[in-house]
Design a protein around this ligand. Sequence first.
Ligand code: GDP
Ligand code: MN
Length: 397
Amino acid sequence: MNLHEYQGKSILENYGVAIQKGIVANNSNDALEAAEKLTDLTGTKWFVIKAQIHAGGRGKGGGVKLAKSLKEVKEISESIIGMQLITPQTPSEGKKVNKILIAEDVYYPGNSEPKEFYVSILLNRSTGKNMIMYSTEGGMDIEMVAEKTPHLIFNEEIDSALGLLPFQARKVAFNLGLEGAAFKSMIKFITSLYRAYVGSDASLFEINPVLKTSDDKIIAVDAKVSIDDNSLFRHPDFKNLRDLAEENPVEVEASEAGLSYVDLDGNVGCMVNGAGLAMATMDLIKQSGGSPANFLDVGGTADAERVELAFRLILKDPKVKAILVNIFGGIVRCDRVAQGIIDAYKNMGDTIKVPIIVRLQGTNAEQAKILIQKSKLDVIAATAFEEAAIKVQEVLR
Ligand code: GDP
Ligand code: MN
């Protein structure tokens, strides 16, 4: 589950990580009120207005702007709320901005220049350890830094049993070239950031930029936070952080019905039971010259109701040119699944306009094939894996 910047920052703050303070708003009046509150809270007279969408690069797309007066807060808020924000990370049509964050300006002048760093924490899947990735080149595209100046990106791996050790936090602060008060602040920052990452069961924290202010404070100016969905049962308070407007509506509907559905870009819808079979089926589709339009796992009970819902979800995708149903009947008998498909098909009348290839294998597979053939529905039955592949190929031609 991805979070908005303001939500991520609030998790950080709960763990004692220093952040650029801000208040979220839905309209320009609330934005004004937020700005006045921030002045009371921090003394700031300048503000940054930041579009809250699930995509980075907002600054480049005009979604992050500095306001030097309350009048500008109002004007800028009005121009950002409701805009279709296009950044290098959004789809080409951009994303609609529904909320903005009014934040204190933290790039104020002082004894030293403000300096931007990059810090992220993520799981290194090849070593199975959490890793702090950091760089002196903050504020910009980290992908660019990785390409042009990879030696400026450092990694620090953390042993899960030991946690982040004090020398590791010092090493980060040292490699970032800090000294004095800023060095100490960075150690505190990294230590509490790591605690927040583990405590919230996150799979990604990306703080870009981490800012050293002109008075040597170290604070998170941006926060990209992803929480591991498998851990959400441990965090009931995170439940309302999900922003359904940011998610694929079909995936949302599927997950509410307990189906695993992942939208992909291909043209063959696939309905399967079990994730392993889903993987094999997607390979099969690729080999037969098509490409999967989705990953849909109906799970253990492939009854008429679930099959019908699965068909409806798949058919919402206009890219789908054929549907391959590939179900292994172990505990559920194939003839029951076949009956489910037939019933679902009949219920749906003429809403199904693409060919359906059904491959049922396992208990009572032959009876299932006969049932489907006898049903006189426009469904192509197969029992062997390859047979199904050839039939998909034929209908796509
Ligand atoms: P992103 O573009 O989506 O990554 O959004 P960020 O939150 O990282 O902000 C983009 C850029 O806006 C930062 O790199 C800063 O240069 C600038 N910015 C953010 N906060 C402030 C601020 O308080 N004052 C000023 N002057 N600039 C800011
Ligand atoms: Mn950023």
